[in-house]
Design a protein around this ligand. Structure first.
Ligand SMILES: [Zn+2]
Length: 156
């Protein structure tokens, strides 16, 4: 089990008014400059509060909270966007390993109700915090969301 020290995620709970969906609010999306790609039904965002380095998210364009509310065409495009996102991260982080998937429902641990699919490249061995980090099993998120967006845009 890896422990994660994450300076970006600590800010999370103070950042959003819970009445405003951050993924539906164009002002927030533009201010945070998080949108990387856009399809017909999904957008690819850089996670402003990454779980691990390289954390991207696929977010539905319409406000949906449960997978049972997704239409067939949204599922179809999700598959394409997941593969596209994995290919981008594979190129940038030189890995073939990922954590991918949804958290659904109020007890799932998801911070935002609006359905989002996490894509996280797994590169733990290369980026552990030196020897002491390796021994303690501690991983620090080192790449800021802004740096990640810039890295990916250069690679595209
Ligand atoms: Zn929403």
């Amino acid at each position: 089990m890896i422990k994660v020290h994450n300076p970006y995620r600590q800010k999370y709970h103070h950042s959003y008014n819970s009445d405003v969906c951050p993924f539906c609010n164009q002002e927030i999306i533009e201010k945070q400059n998080i949108k990387l790609l856009e399809g017909s039904y999904w957008m690819v965002f850089v996670n402003q509060y990454p779980i691990l380095d390289g954390n991207l998210m696929l977010v539905t364009k319409r406000h949906v909270e449960d997978t049972s509310d997704l239409y067939e065409n949204e599922w179809k495009e999700l598959k394409e966007k997941v593969e596209e996102t994995k290919a981008i991260l594979s190129k940038v982080f030189e890995t073939k390993s990922f954590n991918v998937g949804f958290n659904v429902g109020p007890d799932s641990g998801s911070s935002v109700r609006h359905l989002h699919w996490q894509v996280i490249p797994r590169i733990d061995r290369q980026v552990m915090n030196g020897f002491s980090g390796f021994i303690a099993g501690i991983h620090t998120v080192r790449i800021s969301p802004k740096e990640l967006k810039s890295k990916i845009e250069k690679a595209l």
